[in-house]
Design a protein around this ligand. Structure first.
Ligand code: SF4
Length: 289
């Protein structure tokens, strides 16, 4: 039984096996800090992750977790939310997982506005498989999958999330855990689909984007009187992939009903709390045969 006031309640006995210096450590610390700040308990939070270095995080935070298939954390997270919409639900993965493999799920989760927080460890490579180029990597960059330099330009996940219908879009940096913890807490508090795109340092397969490289470019929007309800400005920031300056903070925030708010079946109580023993599904099963 976990002590409700124990500040170490989200720690696990197992330790991450990420490379020393990996930005995933900062993201993990930020999530735990955010959960403590929100005064959540381990049994109130569930995480679904995909495949990749980052996705192993589901093993190393003491909450409910499922480590799923490549590119599929979002449908898992949506299923958890529909089964028990009282839970705080987090989907987690890397850019290779969510912005390459799982792109279709990303668009539709944002469009549906499922109430969940999607944290993407965006390091510009498929790191677990030794550094192939991903959709957010720099054009012309040489990797083992692009020996003559990447031909394709990177795309903007934050701009796509806004266009697809996400109601909260933020960008953080794995080297600023205080700000990132605040962003994760805001995202969990937000009612609707919340993306936190995290610029994550991969010291092994993308060393050119080091902590120093980011520190020379990142700046905070909240210190500039920025208005996150301005969709055009948020899109412009998202589309600016020029790498000269990188805005962090809440890029965009709006409100509209979440997907589960509109499901009549969930109005009475979470499905997980209802007695389903008397529901007759034989007609449905017969129709499926
Ligand atoms: Fe982190 Fe990169 Fe090492 Fe993976 S390969 S654990 S992303 S530093």
């Amino acid at each position: 039984m976990t002590d409700a006031n124990d500040k170490t309640r989200f720690n696990t006995e197992a330790r991450p096996n990420w490379c020393p210096g990996c930005g995933n450590f900062g993201i993990q610390a930020s999530i735990k800090k955010a959960l403590l700040a929100l005064d959540l308990q381990p049994h109130e939070v569930a995480m679904a992750s995909g495949i990749g270095c980052s996705s192993k995080i589901a093993h190393w935070i003491n909450i409910y977790g499922i480590h799923g298939l490549h590119g599929r954390p979002l449908p898992l997270a949506a299923g958890i939310k529909l089964a028990n919409h009282k839970m705080a639900v987090i989907a987690e993965g890397g850019d290779g997982d969510g912005y390459s493999e799982g792109m279709g799920h990303f668009i539709h989760a944002a469009r549906r506005n499922v109430d969940m927080t999607y944290i993407v460890h965006n390091n510009g490579v498929f790191a677990l498989t030794t550094g192939q180029a991903s959709t957010t990597g720099r054009q012309t960059r040489v990797t083992i999958s692009t020996p003559h330099g990447a031909i394709e330009p990177p795309f903007s996940p934050t701009a796509l999330a806004i266009v697809a219908g996400a109601t909260f879009v933020a960008r953080g940096f794995s080297g600023d855990t205080d700000q990132l913890a605040d962003l994760v807490a805001e995202a969990i508090r937000h009612h609707g689909f919340a993306l936190v795109d995290v610029m994550q340092v991969c010291v092994s397969y993308n060393p050119e984007r080091s902590y120093k490289w980011y520190q020379e470019r990142v700046y905070k929007l909240d210190s500039q009187g920025y208005d996150p309800s301005d969709r055009d400005k948020a899109l412009a920031l998202g589309l600016d992939t020029g790498e000269e300056r990188l805005a962090t903070g809440v890029l965009y925030r709006t409100e509209r009903p979440a997907y589960e708010d509109k499901l009549q079946q969930l109005q009475e109580a979470p499905l997980a709390e209802r007695d389903i023993s008397r529901i007759d599904v034989s007609n449905l099963m017969e129709a499926l045969i």
